[in-house]
Design a protein around this ligand. Structure first.
Ligand code: ATP
Ligand code: MG
Length: 601
C-alpha cells in the first residue's frame, strides 16, 4: 500500500498539449534547459501542412488523393530527426486515408549500403508505420536517362568538360552572377554523342558532366546550370556495375516524386531553394507535378542529427556502434529503451513550422517518462549495494512479500518479492551523519522497507578506512507489508531493498548526454564537434543487485526500477547475467520547466 509520506515520486502526471491529433499544436522555440528562463510554449492553431492538404482536398486538386513518401538516403541509420519526417509523411497520409511510399534515394553509390537499407526498414516498422509502395530511386535510372536524352534533344541540357572545381568557379556567388561554360553551346548531336559515350564508360570519373541549361545569372544558385549526371565508376548496391554515370540527387528527386504521383512531397527547409529546379525539370518534361512543401528540421539540444557526423562517431570509435544507446539514432534509442509511442507523441507535440529552431532534449525525455510511467512494470533494484542485516529476523526464514507491479495500471497485478535477514539497500539511502531534511536510514532512525517492514538502524560496521560496509537493523513484525503499526507510529522515508540470498547480479549502464554543449556543432577554431563529447556519458556499474523476477528479463524489456529510473534490458544480457540500460532517470526536468512556465504565465 502506498503511504503518503513515501519518498516515491509521482511520475509524469503533467502534460502541456492536448493529444489526439496526429500533429500537435505546440512548438517549442529554441531555449535551453540551463538557462534560467523557461522555454516559451507557442500554441499553434493548426498545422500548416495539414491546412494545405485540406485545401487541396476541397479544391479537388489531386482528385481527392493524398500520396506522400518518406525518402531516406541509405547512407546511415535513421535518427530522431527522421522520426519527425516519418510521423509527418505517414501520419498525414493516414489522417486523410492516403498512401505513403518508402523510397530509398540511392543515387550515390559510394556511400550507400544494404545494411542501411535494412536498418531503415526496420526502424520505420518499429515506429509503427507501414509503407504502401517500396521504391528505390535506382528503379528509375533508365527512365531518368531517357529524360536526360529528351532534355538534350530539346536543347535543355549539355555535356560539360569543366572540372568540378571549374564548375564551382564559374558558378559565381550570391552577389556575383555565374559565367557560361565554354561547352554550353555544343550542338544537340555532339551532346547526344558525348552523353552516350559517358554512359558507355569511355571517360574517366570527373572528366565530364551533364548539366541542365537554365540560367547562369539566376539569383538562385541552384538554377545556374546544375549538374544532372556525373561519371562515377562505382558499384551500386542494387544496380551493380550496370551504370557508370549516376544522376544527381537534385535531378532524381523531383522526378521520382512525379513517377510515384506523389501529391504532397514534404521535406526540410534546406530544400526550399531547390524547389524551383525540381519544378523546372517537371515542366520541361511535362510530367506529373508533385507539390513540395518544406518544414523545419528537428534539432535537439545536446544532440547532433546529421548522419555524416553520426557516422564519424561510429567510425572513430567514440561510440560502440550506430545502436549505441547514447546515439540519437532510432536503433540507439530503441536499445536504450525508448518506446515508439513516446517518439510519436513527441513528434506530434513539436509540430511543424517554417523556421528552424531547437527543441529541448528534456522535452523528448518528458514524453518518454510519460509513456513508460503508464506501462513499465516496477521492480526493485539496488545499483550501489550496501549490506543490511536485520538482527532480530530469524535466520533462514524467507517471506514472500506482495509488490504492486504498476500503481498506474491495476490490471498489471502484483508479484512476490522474497524478504530475508540479509538485504541490500542503496548506499545513498544511508547516512551516518544525516544532513537536515535527510529522512532515510541513519543510526537510530526508522524507515519503511518498501512492501516489507519498518526497520531501525542500530549500529554500523566499518572497514579499516572507516567506510561503512554493513548496517545492522531491527525490524518491527507488526508492520508487515510495510503498513503503519497499530500504535500509529509513522516514518518519513521508504526505501527499496533486495534480499541478498535471492539477488540477481547485474550490470547497469548509466547514460548522460553524449555532448556537454547544448549546441554540439559550436566549436572553437581548429577543433571539430568531437571536442564537445561528454567524457562521462557512460558509467558502468557492476554487481548491481536485482530482485529475482528480473533474472529472465528478455532484451528490450522495460522496467521502472523504483526510485531510480526507467531501465531496459540490453541485448548484451546473458542468461542469469542481465545488463540493463538506464533509459532515463525519474526526475523530470521538463515537467519542472513547464510548471515554471505555468506559474509565470
Ligand atoms: P542527414 O543530414 O542526417 O544526413 P538528410 O536530410 O540528408 O539528413 P535523408 O536521408 O535525405 O537525410 O532524409 C530523409 C528525409 O528525412 C528527408 O525528407 C529529410 O528532409 C528528413 N529529415 C532528415 N533529417 C531531419 C531532421 N533533423 N528533422 C526533420 N526531418 C529530417
Ligand atoms: Mg541527405
Amino acid at each position: 500500500m502506498l503511504q503518503p509520506e513515501d519518498l516515491f515520486e509521482a511520475q509524469g502526471s503533467s502534460r502541456f498539449f492536448v493529444p489526439g491529433s496526429q500533429l500537435g499544436l505546440c512548438k517549442m522555440n529554441a531555449m535551453t534547459v540551463s538557462n534560467a528562463q523557461p522555454a516559451p510554449v507557442e500554441v499553434r492553431p493548426s498545422n500548416f501542412i495539414r491546412d494545405i492538404i485540406v485545401d487541396d482536398l476541397k479544391t479537388n486538386k489531386y482528385a481527392g488523393r493524398v500520396q506522400t513518401r518518406f525518402p531516406p538516403e541509405p547512407n546511415g541509420y535513421l535518427h530522431i530527426g527522421h522520426a519527425k519526417a516519418i510521423c509527418l509523411d505517414f501520419g498525414l497520409a493516414d489522417e486523410f486515408s492516403g498512401h505513403t511510399n518508402l523510397r530509398f534515394d540511392d543515387t550515390n553509390p559510394s556511400k550507400e549500403e544494404t545494411e542501411y537499407v535494412d536498418s531503415i526498414m526496420e526502424d520505420v516498422k518499429w515506429l509503427g508505420f507501414h509503407w504502401d509502395g517500396l521504391f528505390y530511386a535506382s528503379d528509375y535510372f533508365e527512365q531518368l536517362y531517357e529524360w536526360a536524352v529528351q532534355l538534350i534533344k530539346a536543347g535543355k541540357a549539355y555535356v560539360d568538360d569543366l572540372s568540378a572545381d571549374e564548375i564551382r568557379e564559374y558558378r559565381g556567388t550570391l552577389t556575383k552572377p555565374g559565367k557560361d561554360s565554354p561547352y554550353r553551346n555544343r550542338s544537340v548531336e555532339e551532346n547526344l554523342d558525348l552523353f552516350t559515350r559517358m554512359k558507355a564508360g569511355e571517360f574517366p570519373d570527373g572528366t565530364r558532366t551533364l548539366r541542365a541549361k537554365i540560367d547562369m545569372a539566376s539569383p538562385n544558385l541552384n538554377m545556374r546550370d546544375p549538374v544532372m549526371y556525373r561519371i562515377l565508376h562505382a558499384s551500386h548496391h542494387r544496380t551493380g556495375d550496370k551504370w557508370c554515370i549516376y544522376p544527381m540527387y537534385d535531378y532524381a528527386h523531383g522526378q521520382s516524386d512525379s513517377l510515384e504521383k506523389i501529391t504532397h512531397s514534404m521535406c526540410t527547409l534546406e530544400f526550399e531553394d531547390h524547389r524551383p529546379l525540381y519544378n523546372w525539370f517537371i515542366q520541361q518534361l511535362g510530367i506529373f507535378p508533385s507539390q513540395q512543401i518544406e518544414f523545419d528540421r528537428l534539432n535537439l539540444t545536446y544532440t547532433l542529427l546529421s548522419k555524416r557526423k553520426l557516422l564519424q562517431l561510429v567510425q572513430e570509435g567514440h561510440v560502440s556502434g550506430w545502436d549505441d544507446p547514447r546515439m540519437p539514432t532510432l536503433s540507439g534509442i530503441r536499445r536504450r529503451g525508448y518506446t515508439p509511442e513516446a517518439i510519436r507523441n513527441f513528434c506530434g507535440a513539436i509540430g511543424v513550422s517554417k523556421t528552424n529552431g531547437s527543441i529541448e532534449l528534456a522535452m523528448l525525455e518528458h514524453f518518454l517518462r510519460e509513456d513508460l510511467n503508464k506501462r513499465a512494470p516496477r521492480a526493485m533494484a539496488v545499483l550501489r549495494p550496501l549490506k543490511v542485516v536485520i538482527d532480530n529476523y530469524p535466520e533462514g526464514q524467507v517471506e514472500e512479500m506482495d509488490a504492486v507491479n504498476n500503481p498506474e495500471d491495476a490490471s498489471a497485478g502484483t508479484r512476490k518479492v522474497p524478504f530475508s535477514r540479509v538485504l541490500y539497500i542503496e548506499q545513498d539511502d544511508f547516512r551516518e551523519d544525516p544532513p537536515k531534511h535527510y529522512f532515510r536510514l541513519s543510526p537510530g532512525r526508522e524507515v519503511r522497507l518498501r512492501y516489507a517492514y519498518f526497520a531501525t538502524c542500530k549500529n554500523v560496521v566499518k572497514d579499516d578506512q572507516g567506510k561503512v560496509i554493513e548496517i545492522h537493523c531491527t525490524y518491527d513484525p507488526a508492520t508487515r507489508g510495510g503498513n503503519n503499526p497499530p500504535d500509529g507510529r509513522k516514518v518519513k522515508a521508504t526505501i527499496h531493498w533486495v534480499s541478498a540470498a535471492h539477488a540477481v547480479d547485474a550490470e547497469a549502464r548509466l547514460y548522460d548526454n553524449l555532448f556537454n554543449k547544448e549546441d554540439p556543432s559550436q566549436v572553437e577554431e581548429g577543433k571539430d564537434f568531437t571536442s564537445n563529447l561528454n567524457p562521462n556519458s557512460l558509467e558502468v556499474l557492476t554487481h548491481c543487485k536485482l530482485e529475482p523476477s528480473l533474472a529472465a528479463a528478455a532484451a528490450g524489456a522495460r522496467y521502472q526500477f523504483e526510485r531510480l529510473g526507467y531501465f531496459c534490458a540490453d541485448t548484451d544480457s546473458k542468461p542469469g547475467k542481465p545488463v540493463f540500460n538506464r533509459t532515463v532517470a525519474l526526475k523530470d526536468t521538463w515537467a519542472k520547466i513547464e510548471k515554471g512556465q505555468r506559474e509565470k504565465g
